[in-house]
Write a new protein. Structure first.
Lengths: 132, 413
């Protein structure tokens, strides 16, 4: 079965232009609950490989090797970049169609007052490696 | 006997079997592999076929056969096979200190913490590689590699299966305590859907700490560590809400705390504190006990907590302890005194989410709503723990929505 990675950035959805930390507490709860329920369902269906959220970019570092055995380490990238990865799911599914179906649900996660966020979810197939 | 019962029995016997095999073969790595195989075989056969009359003997025999097979397949080791076969049975009598010796070996200071933890859980705890891997959320092959590298390191360092000499005993014991403490924390600070596996890690840490305390009944720190685990674990049922939300100490429903664990922990730490000397685990346990015996958050003896943190800080010099002392200071002398103390930590814990979280709490206490929101948000962005991130985000959101949150804000765990 093919594996797909569903990537989500910090980009706002069509359905909401307020960042999550500024939502009402009940809306934040409902959003988190939605993610839990979805993960539980995908686990139950035997489709979830992993689901991870990333710690904020505020604490991120970027490393570039200097070519002499050392490295240049800089702070960032910084949160201004909306294209930054916020989290991902890897699912192991029958078909691409099923991966897109799951992505649709992820994209429709509830925002303020339960309205679907409509965040963009990038769906990428995970390449299968030859057996080692 | 059900499978879980078999697993419990097998795991209790694991270090005894391993110790005998190591003594007979002189090869820790091979003996450890053979023991693991025997444990797996027992878990596979016993639930259906019944427990053999002498389960320990069965395991020992199975593991011995495996180890002889492995030596046989390795020509260079042929001579040792004779030693294994010829060893008198008298050596099979378990030594009271075997578990302790194994703990010392597996947590040897020359190993990294990650390796020591994995090896301790497998060799002393009798967990399978697959179980350890799943508890630490890494692939099984990665965990297997971590364990085999640890064993290779032990072999290369020429570490023997014996009690450390008196002069190295203290350092070795510190490593053992640290490893068990890390295992416990790994299980305790877990979050979300992974709670199940990770909770078992705390239970395993407590089991191993009990073994350690039983082997060293007069050691104050071994008693202190066990007490700390029990007193912390006692709050587990109240520590998360139905949605997995973290509930800070002040807001926990204390009727859900496990009174029998608290009684046991308090008795342990009380006895340990009357012995000579003091150590970090005893102090931490004393702090946990002070919280646990308060029936309501407002009954907490904060001056005592502050005194204990001050002693702990002097002993460890750890900035996170200073942070907790600042919180205790705020509870005794008001938020401004605590905030002044936190200001000294900016250089020592730069950008640390815990510093931002503590500052946010004290600002909230001081009524500085906007600033508190700002620091909660900063802390949420920097934490690496999902449950903590959710807690901090919600705390900020509630303040923003104009709700007052809890009476006294602090979780000093």
């Amino acid at each position: 079965m093919p594996k797909y990675m569903l990537l989500q950035t910090y980009a706002q959805g069509e359905g909401c232009d307020i960042p999550l930390p500024e939502w009402a507490p009940a809306d934040i709860r409902a959003h988190i609950q939605f993610q839990h329920v979805l993960n539980a369902e995908l686990t139950e269906a035997g489709e979830l490989v992993e689901a991870e959220g990333l710690a904020g970019p505020e604490a991120a570092k970027t490393v570039v090797a200097d070519g002499k055995g050392g490295a240049v380490v800089t702070d960032g990238p910084f949160p201004e970049g909306k294209e930054l990865l916020a989290g991902y799911r890897v699912v192991d599914v029958e078909s691409e169609a099923r991966a897109l179906e799951i992505a649709t649900r992820v994209s429709a996660a509830p925002g303020p007052e339960g309205a679907p966020l409509r965040v963009p979810i990038e769906v990428r197939q995970v390449m299968s490696a030859p057996e080692v | 006997m059900s499978r879980p019962e078999v697993e419990d029995l097998v795991r209790t016997l694991a270090p005894q079997v391993l110790a005998v095999l190591v003594r007979r073969s002189g090869d820790f790595g091979a003996a450890e592999d053979a023991t693991q195989e025997a444990l797996l075989a027992a878990v596979q056969h016993w639930p259906a076929e019944g427990i053999p009359e002498n389960p320990r003997g069965w395991l020992l025999q199975t593991a011995s056969r495996r180890i002889i097979d492995s030596f046989r397949s390795d020509q260079a080791r042929r001579r040792r096979e004779d030693t294994v076969a010829a060893e008198p049975r008298a050596a099979d009598v378990p030594d009271r200190d075997d578990t302790l010796t194994l703990l010392f070996l597996c947590a040897h200071p020359s190993l990294t913490s990650a390796s020591a933890i994995a090896l301790t859980l497998r060799a002393v705890g009798g967990l399978t590689t697959a179980e350890i891997a799943s508890a630490f959320l890494v692939p099984e092959t990665t965990m297997a590699q971590r364990i085999s590298r640890a064993k290779a390191k032990i072999k290369k360092s020429g570490l023997a299966f014996r009690m450390p000499e008196a002069d190295e005993r203290q350092a070795s014991l510190r490593s053992v305590l640290h490893v068990l403490y890390l295992v416990f924390n790994e299980g305790y600070t877990s979050s979300g859907g992974r709670r199940l596996h990770r909770t078992e890690l705390s239970a395993e840490a407590i089991r191993l700490a009990r073994l350690l305390h039983a082997a060293l009944p007069d050691d104050g720190e071994a008693a202190g560590l066990l007490a700390l685990m029990l007193l912390t674990d006692a709050r587990r049922p109240a520590r998360t809400g139905p949605d997995g939300d973290l509930i800070p100490l002040a807001d926990q429903d204390r009727s859900q705390w496990d009174r029998s664990l608290i009684r046991e922990g308090v008795a342990l730490i009380t006895a340990a504190l009357t012995r000579d000397g003091i150590g970090e685990y005893r102090l931490q346990a004393a702090i946990a006990a002070t919280h646990d015996i308060a029936l309501r958050a407002e009954d907490t003896d904060w001056p005592r907590v502050l005194t204990l943190y001050t002693r702990l800080e002097a002993l460890t010099g750890n900035p996170v302890v200073t942070l907790n002392r600042a919180i205790a200071t705020a509870m005794v002398h008001g938020p401004d005194a605590g905030l002044a103390m936190l200001a000294e930590l900016d250089d020592r814990l730069p950008g640390h989410h815990r510093l931002a979280a503590a500052r946010a709490h004290l600002l909230e206490m001081a009524g500085e709503r906007e600033e508190a929101i700002r620091h909660y948000t900063a802390a949420a962005a920097r934490t690496g723990n999902t449950a903590e991130q959710r807690y901090l985000t919600l705390r900020a959101a509630r303040l923003r929505a104009g709700h007052s949150t809890s009476r006294s804000p602090i979780g000093t765990e």
